[in-house]
Design a protein around this ligand. Structure first.
Ligand code: DAH
Length: 341
């Protein structure tokens, strides 16, 4: 094979590799292999001295032509490849604006918090002030100041969680009443909400921890009619305008007369169903006119001032409105349950 034939073989192989290269890195390798300092074509130029003098010029010319041709081919291929690579990069970054959006899960208030907030907002709207009272309460506020006789069963350790001789976990939010009354002068319109605790075997309708709201009003000339109007207004805002309110006599040591307040069943509208056990009514709250002993105990003249009070459980409302049969669901924090509201 003549020198020139050898050059043709090298040229063809080199151009073949240029065409076959699929990335800039491949191309760099081909470039070094043929055109680098120790590349095949560079080495060919160094052979010139060993050739017959009359062939040197043509041979040198041929090597240089091939080097130029190869360099051009490499550049052409390089621009092809970089165009392709940036297309790939663009495609990777492209956003398809027609795809459906991503669904983000957001948190939400617990159903009991929502119910509490709704109740609070209704009473704030009626002019009540919200008062924060302690959960660890003095025995005296929880019972004595509320006119409980010393032998009342609730006072028994079997019924209430005592911390020590003086303090217990409040058994009802009503315990805040004396705290507020003794430090103020009428008129007063105050509510508190929060957790209460009782020793109770836990089942579908009993818990050791539950929530209550308790409110009272004291002013000159307050009567049972004001209590009825307030309860009616609350029921309408909570359950809707078609709701009716029923009062029946009941007993609580801190009110006289005392009443049990019921509203028309939110499920059947009063015609009778299994939630209201066929009666058409749902018992909602305890209420009454504040006992004169309570007012006098707080330094309020019961000849001049009268007041009403009422209190009720919070869990009962969502249970009635959503027909929830088991109280424990509220505290278990099972998201499948909580996400329904
Ligand atoms: N504290 C009572 C209970 O836990 C409910 C209650 C009844 C509150 C009558 C009141 C009231 O303010 O006047 O069962």
């Amino acid at each position: 094979m003549s020198e020139n034939d050898e050059l043709i073989v090298i040229r063809n192989a080199a151009l073949g590799k240029v065409r076959a290269s699929s990335s800039s890195a491949d191309l760099d390798a081909v470039e070094t292999e043929y055109l680098g300092r120790k590349g095949e074509l560079t080495l060919q130029l160094r052979r010139i001295g060993s050739l017959a003098p009359e062939t040197r010029k043509d041979f040198g010319q041929a090597v240089n032509d091939i080097k130029n041709e190869l360099a051009e081919a490499i550049e052409a291929r390089r621009s092809e490849l970089t165009a392709g690579e940036s297309e790939v990069a663009l495609a990777r970054e492209a956003v398809d604006v027609t795809l459906p959006g991503r669904f983000y899960q957001t948190g939400r208030s617990h159903i009991l918090v929502e119910t509490l907030n709704k109740v609070k907002n209704i009473f704030i709207g009626l002019g009540y002030e919200m008062f924060e009272a302690p959960e660890v309460e003095e025995y005296a506020y929880n019972f004595q100041a509320l006119n409980y006789p010393e032998d009342h069963p609730a006072i028994d350790e079997q019924m209430s969680f005592y911390i020590n001789d003086r303090n217990l976990l409040r058994t009802h939010t009503t315990a805040y009443q004396h705290r507020v009354m003794k430090g103020r002068k009428p008129p007063m319109r105050v509510c508190t909400t929060g957790k209460c605790y009782r020793v109770d075997a836990v089942d579908a309708t009993h818990g050791h921890t539950f929530h209550q709201v308790d409110c009272f009003t004291i002013d000159k000339g307050i009567t049972m009619a004001d209590l009825k109007g307030t309860m009616h207004q609350f029921a309408v805002e909570m359950f809707g305008k078609d709701v009716d309110v029923r009062f029946r006599p009941d007993f609580f040591p801190f009110v006289e007369p005392g009443a049990e307040v019921a509203v028309t069943c939110t499920i059947c509208g009063g015609s009778g169903c299994n939630v209201c056990k066929g009666t058409g009514w749902l018992e909602l709250a305890g209420a009454g006119m504040i006992h004169p002993n309570i007012l006098e105990g707080a330094g309020i003249d019961s000849e001049v001032y009268t007041g009403f009070a009422f209190g009720f459980g919070i869990e009962r409302m969502p249970m009635l409105m959503h027909d929830i049969g088991d109280l424990r669901l509220f505290m278990e924090n099972d998201l499948r349950f909580l996400r329904q509201f």
